[in-house]
Design a binder for this molecule. Sequence first.
Ligand code: SF4
Ligand code: SF3
Length: 544
Amino acid sequence: MRKNNMFCYQCQETSRNSGCVDTGVCGKDSEMSALHDSLLYVLKGISVACEAVGGTDRNTGRFVTDSLFATITNANFDKDRICKFIAEGISIRDQLKREHSLNGELHDSAQWAPGSREDYLSKAPFVGVLSTENEDVRSLRELLVYACKGIAAYAHHASRLGSDDGEVYRKLTSYLASTTEELSVDDMIATVLDAGETTVKVMALLDGANTDAYGKPEISEVNLGVGTRPGILISGHDLRDLDELLKQTNGTGVDVYTHCEMLPGHYYPAFKNQEHLVGNYGGAWHEQKSEFSKFNGPILMTTNCLLEPRDDYRDRLFTTSITGFPGVKHVEDSEDGNPKDFSELIEMAKSCEPPTELENGRIVGGFGHHQVVALADKVVNAVKSGAIKRFVVMAGCDGRHKERGYFTEVAETLPNDAVILTAGCAKFRYNKLDHGDIDGIPRLLDAGQCNDCYSLAVIALKLKEVFELEDINDLPISFDIGWFEQKAAAVLLALLHLGVKGIRLGPTLPAFLSPGVIDVLVKNFDIKLIDEPAKDVELMMQGR
Ligand code: SF4
Ligand code: SF3
């Protein structure tokens, strides 16, 4: 039984880079942490049942996916919602047992019956992260669970657009089930790398779903200023919510602005020319408290990253899908694929002041793989002529810590013959700087959301093919990744699966990696912690 009130070390901002033990740096309290532990345990129970019946049906897969996504950092702070997930999980497991006449215990959570919040809280101390005593085993199990959360996030978005892959659901439950077994370290490492392969698959699925629905992202200019009409601010990663909001606001006199990871919405043909999609407002998620105050109108959080709202905008904040915060209005998911109802936000917006301007000017993005591959001749010529010496992939997440100024400094210090490839909210550290271009190719190529890291992999593989290289590591590409939440863990495993070596990671190495697991990653993949910006730039330019 663990001794702390709580223990969570799933994100980069974990206390002292060791673990949050009394309350989360993110605002998650010990009760919420315990409910997350209980939910995870029930999901493992469902997964063991899925293994026993030899498959994962779509409803179970979707439920596991949404539940995992709800436990990602900065997504859902509503304990009642997490309790509902736990109760539903228990009934799904019971139904599986009934339908397939499964007898026996299967998993300790088989004893659990739907109950009260107190019931779930009382069970949590025995099932949390620290219930695995061996630190290497715990590390590999948790790495796998966090990768599952990342995979789940991508699967959730694809599913919202009608793309489900039964194999992804089956893999997710098999990974969760494997964390309940006594496996050798080698087997656990193999499973973790397999999760990298599944991440590539699910990112490809989402990429296809996004482009089928909204077109292929293309080079686009995005306004950073504001208009004169009231607006709704939409944040998070859910493009379908953006689509439905744009349709429902059309002709109402209410404008729409993107925030943080919704910025890449402007790159899609389906959205980019809509006049009432005015621009992007603000920067990365951790600036939201001051920015949401100044926005003046309703704000819709479609996914992470959500922070505890200040009183001055709490009434204007809405959550939807897997996000939640106690006392904050929630837009319910619709049934049968119908659109969600955003009328309350639209009516509220009509009586709000227009947003207060934070900045002005324009930024350029939209360099998804289709767009970059369309420019392939130009890019290849620039590499052959020596005009481009190196690509530096600086994808990932942003966060609060001042050490993340490293990424700004790297972007500023890289020589003029280096091109930055980015995706995710990491870009807000440097995407408003003037990086110039190389023979007409911008030196900062933004592929989109963290969900679009897939594009960066496709671009790398395309270059490997064009240059007829055997090994992806022979390309003039360095990886300098900022991480924060669990999708980044999945993306890291995806890169390892693709054989990428020498990745720099920061601002800290994950606390959930034990010294023993770090050793394995260093030996096999040459993973490094970021260092001084100038030193790293020099080494990266030398291909080290
Ligand atoms: Fe701490 Fe991060 Fe867990 Fe929040 S999600 S409790 S900040 S480790
Ligand atoms: Fe960002 Fe939360 Fe990861 Fe999507 S919005 S990259 S942190």
